[in-house]
Design a binder for this molecule. Sequence first.
Ligand SMILES: [Zn+2]
Ligand SMILES: [Zn+2]
Length: 484
Amino acid sequence: MPFLLMLFLTLACLPENWPEPWRLVGSPVTSVLLTWLGVLLEVGLAFAVSRRVQLQLHDTPAPRDQVLRNYSRGRLYHLIGLFASYALALYFFGYGWAVQELWTRHGRPLPELLLLAPFCVALLLSWTCFYDAERALSGEGREAHDEELAAGHPRKFWSRAAYVGFHFRQNLALVFLPILLLLTEKELRRRFPALNQQWQVQASFVGVGIALVVFMTMPWILRIVLGLQPLPEGPLRDRLLTAARRLRFRCSDILLWNTRGGIANAMVVGVFPFLRYVLLSDRLLEDLTPDEVEAVFGHEVGHVKHHHMLYYLVFLLASIFVLGSLVPQNELDEALNLRERRDLAVLPVVGALGAYIFLVFGFLSRRCERQADIYGCRAVSCQYAGCDGHLDGHPLPDGGGCLCPTGIQTFIQALEKVALLNGMSRDKPGFLQSWQHSTIARRVSFLQSLLTDPRAERRFQRRVFLVKCAFLGVLAVGLVVCSL
Ligand SMILES: [Zn+2]
Ligand SMILES: [Zn+2]
């Protein structure tokens, strides 16, 4: 989602001069009205999706998995609608042109924030609606909740403001800050037109530069925007630090990600050990056993051990270059009459990149997640292949070189809990939740296959290695061909 959002909003920010809309629209005021009507419809859709979940849960109790499936389908349609209505507003209703007409008449520069407003408002109001669905899905107010009450720690679902604030912050960190950088670059070009000529040529280099800066400083950005704090001193922190030493993994800190109990998730950010954090959400720490938390921690360590982030970076940058040169720029310019509108020339590249990310990067990412899953199992495995539990304290070997049935089971339990806590359907979580990670059901069944056939792991690792090499090979050839 953040990827797609970033690409899309970048497109909205690029043009310097918006074309006149479709003739029927007529005046700028009509265009603005039509645009905001679209926002209203989109929020209405969010409300309807959310309402349906609540009705299904309360009035006609439907199987939970079915409700989840319907909900995630609804969210997908809503997201497509969000993008489609905004694109419609910009390119057919001429919202960009209207803002330009109404605002820049007196020589004021085009305000990008005003351009982004319909999209952002639609998104914010939609989250406000989805809150009710997720609250209902969390089971607040149902019998299951009474057990928790009896146990003395009632789980309160977060407030609406906290929920919307959380999503806003997360998207701010991952999407809006990069866009802000892009806008700064644009503003600089406006102020210093002399730079314009040079920068036009080097636009792709500037883009890559921005991407690199964002990528390198992402740990800091996340820490500040998400308000992350170090995991408090205690047995769990000691345990994870011991595990990190045992696995020979270095990071600058383990941070607690306060989601007010909303999300059970973990993340690792940062390529270099001196600026690398492992994030663990509060919900994850509350509801998983220490063994399971250590397994999830192991999954994040696995991403670093397999150098996934570095690979993704090289892969994406090389892909941008190759795709950028593959799209026949000249013919496209002619066909779409882009000669007059240099700022839109990047449009086909961005479109191709979006499709490419979903298909190729999604494929690669699912393989990498599986590698990290195996590493998560290793992180809590002892060296006895026939081990039947770690109750009597089997020592865990250094370096995470072994895989035992207990380790695999611990990781599987953690995965199942994460799906349950996040209200994700096990087998059909919908495209948005599975294109990058695959489904929980598939991940679990792969790990279970390792229990019966330990050699399957080596075969899998070999295959992934070959796939990764093949991708890099193709990209390297592409780069050579493109630079000829
Ligand atoms: Zn992962
Ligand atoms: Zn064991």
